[in-house]
Design a protein around this ligand. Structure first.
Ligand code: DQA
Length: 147
């Protein structure tokens, strides 16, 4: 099975960006961990990050028929991008939403997600581990892992 990992704006700054909140692991390191984990479960992953809403939307559209599952951290778009929500709703690919930080313990605007209601589920607050938890969920959902 094929999994698309999407990261939104400012996540290219991971490791250097507000490390007390987001940790010191870079996006490249995080993606490499996911690739290794995915391979061990017989899954293939493709990773894409963009600071541009439209590029994320184009990737979501292109995922239909090409990927079985999406793991997405839409960054701040989470809180207000109806366009990204509509893109996710427009394709027949289930997704999990991930946030590194515990968005419920921060500014109140972060606790609202416009994308979570149409997701399979949301994983927040576990740092980079959250992506691995999402990958595990995807693997189980896709029947790649027995449990
Ligand atoms: C984030 C949380 C968002 O509120 C923020 O805008 C981000 C990162 C997270 O992973 O914790 O860019 O999605």
């Amino acid at each position: 099975a094929r999994i698309l990992i999407l990261n939104g704006p400012n996540l290219n700054r991971l490791g250097r960006r507000e490390p007390d909140i987001y940790g010191r692991v870079s996006l490249d390191e995080l993606n490499e961990r996911l690739r290794v984990r995915a391979r061990s479960w017989g899954l293939e992953v493709e990773c894409f990050q963009s600071n541009h809403e439209g590029e994320l939307i184009d990737r979501i559209h292109a995922a239909e028929g090409a990927f079985d599952y999406i793991i997405i951290n839409p960054g701040a778009f989470t809180h207000y991008s109806y366009a990204i929500r509509d893109a996710l709703a427009s394709v027949n690919v289930p997704f999990v939403e991930v946030h590194l930080s515990n968005v419920h313990a921060r500014e109140s605007f972060r606790s609202h997600s416009v994308t979570a209601p149409i997701s399979d589920g949301q994983i927040v607050g576990f740092g980079p581990l959250g992506y691995e938890l999402a990958l595990y969920a995807a693997a189980v959902r896709l029947g790649a892992l027995q449990r």
